[in-house]
Structure formats: structure tokens, C-alpha cells
Design a protein around this ligand. Structure first.
Ligand code: NAD
Ligand code: IPM
Ligand code: MN
Length: 366
């Protein structure tokens, strides 16, 4: 991630914390403690403000994203640490659409960066693959596509019912995410970039993506860029993930392909993500959801959330601290201190204690 200095330029980093629902409430506090531990050791003043937005508040007060929330987050915070939203008591998922998609859209967080790195060879389901073989980043367009909520029903609740869901692709929107992916590749000396779409079937949106890709790639002759259809990309990622450094794609395909990539490196429990508008308040969340099937049992894997906190610290320009968080997760994997999803038997709080101990130890050594 490119380093971006603190937005508010103030003496203290201000982080808004939205744990959300389910395991979001269990893993986010671990990430907060991890940030706090690394920041304290480096004398980085930091302030957390918690917001209780989620299913409970929605069911209790009928409030999703409160009025004024976007302005407060944008003007008064450097970053947002987010858990997950989703609750079986809200089958419409209305609160998640308003809060999570609402923040992505209204803060114009057009970059959804989802890095996948194999931190320990034990955790890939693939044969003959080692840690250096899986190190890639998916850039998912995050403000357009099939997610914009345009569409409607015709003849609803009749046998002739029709549902329409519009796929919105603007030239500006497509260009800024493709350009961001190229700039990232260049800044990080990554040689290979793959743009993926479904232009053989979705001809209008695909045509726009193809034309924009063609014109932007011409400006980056040193980067080996290519195109794959999204179905082929899914297959190639599993066949040989070594081929990929940077992937750029639309909102829906990016959602799906980032889960697939995550599983190649151990699964959703280990996958971080960043929703960014460079230079503005940005939002950091693990790739996983609220996992209602394990929520409340104290067995959620906090690694994804702690690695997400690392991305947040990198965004603040605190690279050493970010490295410490990642190192603490690596040590836990090396020492087999893992939750059930990774084959271990530790609880969230046992893993958390281990991580915090590692971070304090490492921090005091540097
Ligand atoms: P999920 O990511 O919540 O869970 C998928 C599977 O992975 C489950 O078996 C779960 O137990 C497991 N898993 C995920 N994270 C884990 C962790 N940290 N530790 C251990 N196991 C973990 O996806 P889902 O079941 O499809 O969705 C559940 C709810 O979450 C839905 O309401 C969905 O809309 C929502 N969701 C929210 C977000 C978000 O807020 N960013 C992301 C994805 C899904
Ligand atoms: C994600 C999630 C969300 C998405 C859902 C909860 C709307 O799956 O962040 O990956 O599709 O963007
Ligand atoms: Mn998803």
C-alpha cells in the first residue's frame, strides 16, 4: 500500500471502530489491542472511538447509518476499523447495505485492496507451493458495478415477476481503479498485472473495461500486463498462483475472486482488506463476514482482523508497526497457535494473548 501521511495532520491518530455483528464483535477488539500495543511502544498517540452500528441497533432503534455519520467520519477520523455486518435476524441485509456499502460509496472508497500472502506453507490446499509462491493483490473496484442498487421489480409477487439489477460502469470509475493498480505495481516493483472481466458475454461494460485498459496500459510499458476472462482467472489462480502479482477487476468479480484467493493461503480467517480513497479517511475490514455459524463461541480467528489492522497502520505511514503485527501472526502460525478453522484448538482470546505478547516483545526489541 502506498504510504499516506496522517490525514488530519494532528498530533494524534483518530480511529473510528465499528465492530458490527457476529464475530466482528469478537475479532475487532483484538485488532484494536494489537494497534494499541504497537503504537504505544513507538510512542504514537492514538485515539479510538467506538460506534455501535449494526444489527442490534437496527432492530432496537431502526437506525442503520445515523444522519451526519459520513461527515463525522470523513472530517474527524484518519481511518475506520471495521468488523463485519450480517445477522440472521435481518434477512434483507438492509443494515449492511446502508452501513458498509453506504460508507464505501459515500466516502468514495474506490479501491478495495485485498492482498493474499501465504504466510506458512501448511495452510495452502495446493500441492508443491511454498510461501514465496503466493503473494498477490486483488484491486476490486468498490463504488460501481452491480453493487450500486439500481434496478427494480416488475409485476412483483406475480407468476410473471421480473427483477432487474443494473451494472453501472463509468469511464472515470473504470479508469481510476485500473490506473491505481498500475501505479501500485510500479511503486512496488511488481512486474505482472492482470485485468479481468467478462467482456465476451457482458459486451457493453466489458467493451468499456477493454478500451480503458488498452489506453492505460500503454502508459506503463515496463509492466507485463494481460487480460483474462474472470472464469479463466479463477481456474488459473488454482492451477498456478505463481503467475500473479496484481489483479484488477470489477466490484462483483473482485468480491468472488478475493475469497478464492484467500482460500489458497489458508482461508477467510487470514484475509485482510482495505477500502481506500488515497489521501482521505479510509476503511479497513477483514474479508470475512459475521460468521453466524460460530459467533459467540469465542473461537473466531482474529488473524484477518489483525492483518487488516496492519494495513491500517501502513496507511497511516507506520510501516514498522504494521510489520510487527504481520510478524506476530507469522509467529503464531509457526508455533501452531491457531483457532479451529486452521486446524488448531485455541480460543480467540488465547490467540489474542499470544499475539499481544509477541507484539510487545518485538516492539521493545526494535
Ligand atoms: P462468512 O465469511 O461470515 O463465513 C464463511 C465461513 O467462513 C463460515 O463457515 C465461517 O465460520 C468461516 N469464517 C469466516 N471468518 C472466520 C474467522 N475469522 N474465523 C473462523 N472462521 C471464519 O460468510 P457468510 O457465511 O457467507 O456470511 C455471513 C454473514 O456475513 C452474511 O450476513 C454476509 O452478508 C455477511 N458478510 C459480511 C461481510 C462484511 O461485513 N465485510 C463480508 C462477508 C459476508
Ligand atoms: C465483502 C462482503 C460484502 C460485499 C457484502 C457483505 C455486501 O462480501 O466485503 O466481501 O459483497 O462487498
Ligand atoms: Mn465478500
Amino acid at each position: 500500500m502506498p504510504n499516506i501521511p496522517l490525514r488530519n495532520g494532528g498530533p494524534c491518530a483518530r480511529i473510528a471502530v465499528i465492530p458490527g455483528d457476529g464475530i466482528g464483535m469478537e475479532v475487532t477488539p483484538v485488532a484494536v489491542k494489537a494497534i494499541q500495543a504497537a503504537a504505544t511502544k513507538h510512542n504514537r498517540p492514538i485515539e479510538f472511538v467506538h460506534f455501535d452500528w449494526g444489527a442490534d441497533k437496527f432492530l432496537r432503534e431502526n437506525i442503520t447509518l445515523p444522519p451526519g455519520a459520513v461527515r463525522i467520519l470523513r472530517d474527524e477520523f484518519d481511518a475506520i476499523l471495521f468488523g463485519a455486518l450480517g445477522d440472521p435476524r435481518v434477512p434483507s441485509n438492509q443494515h449492511a447495505a446502508d452501513i458498509l456499502l453506504g460508507l464505501r460509496f459515500q466516502l468514495d472508497l474506490f479501491v478495495n485492496a485485498r492482498p493474499t500472502e501465504l504466510l506458512h506453507p501448511r495452510y495452502t490446499p495446493l500441492r508443491d507451493i511454498t510461501t514465496n509462491d503466493i503473494r498477490l493483490i486483488v484491486f476490486r473496484e468498490n463504488t460501481e458495478g452491480l453493487y450500486v442498487g439500481m434496478g427494480g421489480f416488475f409485476k412483483k409477487d406475480t407468476p410473471d415477476e421480473i427483477a432487474v439489477q443494473e451494472d453501472v460502469n463509468s469511464r472515470k470509475g473504470v479508469e481510476r481503479i485500473i490506473r491505481h493498480a498500475f501505479d501500485y505495481a510500479q511503486a512496488h516493483k511488481l512486474k505482472r498485472l492482470c485485468m479481468s472481466d467478462k467482456s465476451n458475454a457482458m459486451t457493453y461494460a466489458g467493451d468499456l473495461w477493454q478500451r480503458v485498459f488498452k489506453s492505460v496500459r500503454a502508459e506503463y510499458p515496463d509492466i507485463d500486463s494481460r487480460h483474462l476472462y474472470i472464469d479463466t482467472l479463477a481456474m488459473e489462480l488454482v492451477r498456478d498462483p505463481r503467475q500473479f502479482d496484481v489483479i484488477v477487476t470489477n466490484n462483483l468479480f473482485g468480491d468472488i475472486i478475493s475469497d478464492l484467493a484467500a482460500q489458497l493461503a489458508g482461508g477467510l480467517g487470514l484475509a485482510p482488506s482495505a477500502n481506500i480513497h488515497p489521501g482521505r479517511t479510509s476503511l479497513f475490514e477483514p474479508v470475512h463476514g459475521s460468521a453466524p455459524n460460530i459467533a459467540g463461541k469465542g473461537i473466531a480467528n482474529p488473524f484477518g482482523s489483525v492483518l487488516t489492522a496492519g494495513l491500517l497502520m501502513e496507511f497511516l505511514g507506520w510501516n514498522d508497526e504494521a510489520q510487527q503485527l504481520k510478524q506476530s501472526v507469522k509467529s503464531a502460525l509457526d508455533d501452531n497457535i491457531t483457532t479451529r478453522d486452521l486446524g488448531g484448538s485455541r480460543t480467540t482470546s488465547e490467540v489474542s494473548d499470544y499475539l499481544l505478547n509477541q507484539i510487545s516483545k518485538r516492539s521493545s526489541n526494535t
